[in-house]
Ligand binder design. Structure first.
Ligand SMILES: Nc1ncnc2c1ncn2[C@@H]1O[C@H](COP(=O)(O)OP(=O)(O)OP(=O)(O)O)[C@@H](O)[C@H]1O
Length: 251
């Protein structure tokens, strides 16, 4: 579904990502881990289009996308949950999920501004889609409550619901467990497991190695901008290069 081939990106002459090659197959949960500064966020942004590569190719569903803007990649079926994304204050949980879907409806901005009949029809459709997504992440009871009252773990679930509304082919999660307490992590992991069971393809970039190795079918390890291991969680955990990279960080 996604192929990254020989992708590099440097900042001020120093490679943040250097000649990275990896693939994500349909229905797979692929995790990317690595010590601080390994290049995880840079790689994530290269895949979503928020950064452009100096070199290399990125293909999504058989199409070259490395020159496409983020919104064009989104339209092809990539949905992103950004690291520490915030909720909109003064809006309910449902409204938070509905935001961002308006651009995708047929009636669009003009009829929304003029409140034409088609707009009302679209609003109902959007609210229905939002409710389906909220049910999927277990937030139905919160739908009409102010989003900023949600505990952080449920705010993360809300971000997932928003991403799911776009019916993505590939869900991209940037450090979804960051800032969560143990119980909240557990809850989020269970949610991602459910999405995987539904057949969703997921690329997960994450600091928390235990979180990734629990969820991922395959784990790619970055260090100093390069792939140093790519395999099952068990293979990667036993890899001497991986152990050395993390030990180097601890010392
Ligand atoms: N916009 C930028 N300008 C300059 N240097 C950058 C920029 N973004 C990243 N870097 C550098 O590129 C390297 C990789 O950073 P990146 O944030 O991708 O790593 P990371 O694995 O996500 O790290 P962390 O786990 O600490 O978030 C680092 O040395 C970082 O300082």
């Amino acid at each position: 579904m996604l192929t990254v081939t020989g992708v590099s990106r440097s900042f001020g002459g120093v490679y943040a990502v250097h000649d990275v090659t990896l693939g994500v197959a349909e229905g797979e949960v692929c995790g990317v881990i690595g010590p601080n500064g390994a290049g995880k966020s840079t790689l994530f942004n290269l895949i979503t289009g928020h950064l452009t590569a100096d070199r290399g190719e990125i293909s999504f569903l058989g199409r070259r996308v490395e020159r496409l803007a983020p919104h064009r990649r989104a339209r092809l079926g990539m949905s992103i949950v950004f690291q520490a994304a915030r909720v909109f204050r003064g809006m309910t949980v449902r409204e938070n999920v509905m935001v961002g879907m308006h651009g995708r409806t047929r009636a669009g901005f003009v009829s929304a501004a003029l409140r034409l009949p088609r707009h009302h029809h679209d609003e109902r459709e959007i609210a229905r889609a939002a409710d389906t997504a909220l049910t999927r992440v277990g937030l139905t009871e919160w739908a009409d409550r102010p989003a900023d009252l949600l505990p952080i773990g449920q705010q993360r679930a809300l971000q997932l619901a928003r991403a799911l509304c776009a019916r993505p082919r590939l869900l991209l999660l940037d450090e979804p467990a960051s800032g969560l307490r143990a119980g909240e992590r557990e809850h989020l992991a269970a949610l991602v497991e459910e999405l995987r069971a539904d057949g969703l393809t997921i690329l997960l970039i994450e600091h928390d190695v235990a979180f990734v190795t629990r969820l991922a079918d395959r784990v790619v390890v970055l260090d100093l901008g390069q792939v140093i291991a790519d395999g099952s969680p068990a293979e990667v955990r036993a890899d001497p290069l991986v152990l050395a990279a993390y030990l180097g960080q601890a010392s």
